[in-house]
Write a protein that binds this ligand. Structure first.
Ligand SMILES: *Cc1c(COP(=O)(O)O)cnc(C)c1O
Length: 857
């Protein structure tokens, strides 16, 4: 039976409390502790039970509580102060550094992501990728970057984890009521919901739009669960990463194609799009379609425009993390679309194939995104390098170092992750504006001025708070299992508030090796059971629902936690989420990370820990490969960045290294106390990490880097290409077509260097060559000397490139070119020569994939 009409029922707040809604509907509460405290201090228990969701919380407050609050002058004064500061924050129009933009072009950037981890109360995230996206939006808000964001609103979000009595992971999917979340429906001027639609196999899938306000940034989430859709289509947004491959494709069509339509339907026409991971790459296609239909551009011109103004971030070196769809599936869904944008099927499929000629190859979203963006990057320096290798087939003929995928290292949003107590210290010693100050370097240098004892006492208090919270979670999970009173009581005394506390919390993917420390049980037991220098560990994390290997590792750990002699020293907390993550990264002493290098693209949890004065103990992978300093002065390393082929052997070696580092460095150092019981060396490391890593592994730095390295130049490209009714975009496309037909005719001859077999260090080496251009003009190309020291087997160990000058014509119409290079050091040195396209509107000569190397002579 369905009702005739339905209503959303909300609490009626007394008029003087009504401003609480305004605070509840802006996610500023997720990084402004005072706003969160205003809510939680009304009723701590209810606040916890509502998962820190202020809307559900306000709706559940008893009338009597409201009546009392409405009379409480102190409360009302505080409420009005906070309201004023929220309004001031939102209205403050501070200049956006590194990003000059015209007010009428706002929003300039649209950020696309399949998940967002803003806060526990908006469960549309699963892990690192989502949290990073959430932190990106918060920093964009703090720094006033003109950005909006697009995602999906999942009915059931990601799964919640609980364990059976024998430690096997089970998944639970609570259904969320969007009316009770801190988001609001987007309506048109007449008050009707704004709806968009996309085609799925000839049917229309409609979606409404929810808005989450993240400080100054708006996040729009698409929701297919509406009466306008037939029942079999409503479930497209049911679960984050739920369903089969076809469901994944449907979600990605809604996210990419639907996302662009939603922005246009709301009158927001961003100039730049940023695809956070390949899930949203159809957004690039849809933008091409829109430009073609609204401005009568050719596919080629629209593609130039879109690629020149798109940014793509790839996030995983694990092949399974990159979506690939079989050709038949693609054809069922995209045949009409390909026709609409005027592409033959094979040409369409080539957009998503590493080798465009291979008809059997699946359609890969990462490849599509790479081809549709002139700004692509990995998420740490090491991951940039790994990604260039991983995707070099998209740029055949390119040496791997020229594959146009850069690196912008991730960062974390400090105000979200830094504990309240620690934030008070920072307020005092770094200055009250540390939260919004874009000059991260200057700010974090001041961490050196925090008195040692104050820092250590604050840290110890946070450890106590962590242990208190762990006991609470443990009790709750025991209650759910129907534990006896005695067991519940025992939960109240697990862990020791003074002991060295190691935390390990992350997805239980096998490459993260949560069980590395369990390799040698005897040795682990010796470490944990030392009564002089006690060590304890807290574990948390979810395995993917289909990953039985990951679930086995959880079971192994849980069984170890049950051993009577470890019961108080080792705990596994179920259902890793943002609130547990906060407690762990704030209150532990050591953050342990031991993935199989180089599979951790970046890792951000260790940065959150660093921001709170925890020390990292990690394999040199992801961010730690660039953060670690060999003298151990900012934290500890496991190994030296080795990579192995024999995985079992690797686990053996690295587990031994891990025990050694713990026994000889970490534990002795932690317990090396002066007469005032301060571990001086340890505190020195905490401070040095804050001073040196704080400014770098910080989302403000990350967003600034995206702004000046990608958003600003992409925006400039856009403005240049759309001038004069898109004439430059048309010209660029025509130039490219012409270039493509003539490129293969380019010839190089008589490459010569004015030298014998021996040359001297730092002595210029002049190189000359003759080039046949087949009707292309000299300004259409760029000739380069490609030179550098050689390895033993005659490969370039490094290389530099220098541009050659056109020196006029030879008699038969060939062009003369000359340039010079220089060996920097003694040893074998070599050079070769190549030609790249050149055009004033083409920022990166590598992006067209055209290159001509000199043939061996
Ligand atoms: C930060 C965070 C992650 C990501 O951590 P990694 O270091 O990338 O594994 C995952 N889940 C939660 C809840 C987090 O807070």
């Amino acid at each position: 039976m369905r009702p005739l009409r339905s209503f959303s029922v909300v609490a009626k707040l007394p008029p003087n409390l009504a401003p609480m809604w305004e605070l509840a509907y802006n996610f500023l509460f997720s990084w402004n502790d005072q706003i969160a405290d205003l809510f939680s201090q009304i009723d701590q228990r209810l606040w916890r039970e509502s998962d820190g969701n202020p809307v559900a919380f306000l709706n559940s407050l008893p009338q009597m509580t409201l009546d009392i609050l409405a009379q409480d002058r102190f409360f009302l004064a505080r409420l009005n102060d906070l309201l004023a500061s929220l309004r001031q924050y939102v209205a403050k129009d501070q200049p956006t550094i590194n990003f000059p933009h015209k007010a009428e072009d706002k929003p300039v950037v649209a950020y696309f992501s399949a998940e967002y981890g803003l806060d526990l109360s908006l469960p549309v995230y699963s892990g690192g990728l989502g949290i990073l996206a959430g932190d990106h939006l918060k920093s964009a808000s703090d720094l006033n970057v003109p950005l909006v964001a697009v995602g999906l609103c999942y009915q059931q979000g990601y799964f919640r984890q609980y364990l059976t009595p024998d430690g096997w992971q089970q998944e639970r999917y609570p259904t969320y009521d969007f009316e009770q979340l801190p988001i609001s429906p987007v309506q048109d001027q007449a008050g009707h919901p704004v709806l968009i639609e996309v085609d799925l196999l000839g049917e229309k899938l409609r979606a409404r739009i929810w808005k989450a306000q993240v400080g100054r940034v708006s996040l729009y989430l698409l929701d297919s669960n509406i009466g306008d859709n037939p029942p079999h289509l409503r479930g497209v947004t049911a679960r984050l990463y739920g369903g089969d491959l076809e469901m994944r494709l449907r979600q990605e069509i809604l996210l990419g194609v639907g996302g662009i339509r939603a922005l246009w339907a709301m009158g927001l026409e961003p100039k730049v799009i940023h695809m956070n991971e390949g899930h949203s790459a159809f957004a690039g296609l849809e933008r091409i379609r829109v430009f073609m239909s609204q401005h009568s551009l050719s596919f080629e011109a629209a593609m130039e425009l879109v690629a020149s103004s798109s940014v793509f971030t790839t996030h995983t070196p694990v092949p399974a993390g990159n979506d690939r769809f079989p050709p038949e599936l693609m054809q069922r869904y995209f045949d009409p679309y390909a026709r609409q944008i005027g592409l033959a099927w094979k040409v369409f499929m080539a957009l998503g194939r590493e080798d465009p000629r291979d008809d059997g190859e699946f359609f890969c979203m990462t490849v599509l995104a790479l081809r549709l963006s002139r700004f692509s990057n990995g998420v740490s320096k090491l991951h940039g390098h790994v990604s260039r290798n991983m995707w070099k087939r998209v740029w055949p003929q390119y040496p791997v170092e020229d594959v146009p995928i850069g690196a912008i290292t991730n960062g974390v949003h400090m105000p979200t992750w830094v504990a309240y107590d620690m934030a008070l210290l920072y307020d005092r010693y770094l200055g009250p504006t540390w939260k919004e100050d874009p000059d991260c370097d200057r700010v974090f240098k001041l961490a050196d001025t925090i008195p040692e004892s104050e820092l250590w006492r604050t840290h110890e208090r946070l450890r106590e708070r962590l242990i208190d919270y762990v006991r609470y979670r443990l009790r709750e999970q025991l209650k759910r299992k129907g534990a006896r009173a005695k067991e519940l009581e025992a939960a109240d005394s697990v862990l020791n508030p003074q002991a060295l506390t190691i935390c390990f919390a992350r997805r239980f993917a096998t490459y993260k090796r949560a069980n590395l420390l369990l390799q040698d049980r005897e040795r682990l037991l010796r470490i944990l059971n030392d009564s002089e220098q006690p060590v304890q560990m807290v574990f948390a994390g979810k395995a993917h629902p289909h990953d039985n290997e990951g679930k086995k590792i959880i079971q192994q750990i849980v069984q170890l936690c049950r051993m009577p002699e470890l019961r108080n020293k080792l705990v596994f907390i179920e259902d890793y989420d943002m609130i547990l993550a906060k407690h762990l990264v704030q209150g532990g002493d050591v953050w342990l990370n031991n993935p199989r290098r180089p599979l951790e693209a970046c890792g951000t949890s260790g940065m959150k820990a660093m921001a709170n004065g925890m020390l990292n103990l990690s394999v040199l992978d992801g961010w730690w490969d660039e953060a670690y300093q060999p003298d151990n002065s900012v934290g500890f390393a496991i190994g030296k960045g080795e990579e192995y082929d024999d995985l079992a052997y690797q686990d053996f070696v690295e587990s031994q290294t891990l025990y050694n580092v713990l026994e000889t460095e970490v534990i002795p150092d932690f317990y090396d106390r002066a007469h005032d019981s301060l571990p001086r060396n340890w505190i020195k490391r905490m401070k040095k990490a804050l001073v040196e890593l704080g400014p770098v592994f910080n989302a403000h730095r990350m967003v600034e880097e995206y702004s000046w390295r990608t958003y600003a130049p992409a925006y400039e490209n856009y403005k240049r290409l759309v001038r004069d009714n898109f004439q430059p975009a048309k010209d660029l496309a025509a130039w490219r077509m012409d270039l493509m037909t003539k490129w293969s005719q380019i010839r190089i001859r008589n490459v010569r260097a004015a030298a014998g077999d021996q040359i001297h260090v730092k002595q210029p080496l002049v190189v000359e060559a003759e080039i046949f251009l087949d009707g292309l003009r000299p300004e259409d190309i760029q000739a380069e000397i490609y030179a550098g020291p050689l390895t033993q087997d005659g490969q370039f160990a490094q290389r530099t490139t220098t541009i050659m000058r056109n020196e006029g014509l030879a008699q038969d119409g060939w062009h003369l070119y000359r340039g010079q290079t220089m060996p920097g050091e003694a040893g074998r040195f070599g050079f070769t020569m190549r030609i790249l396209p050149h055009h004033p509107l083409l920022l990166d000569p590598h992006s067209l994939g055209l290159i001509r190397w000199v043939d061996a002579q």
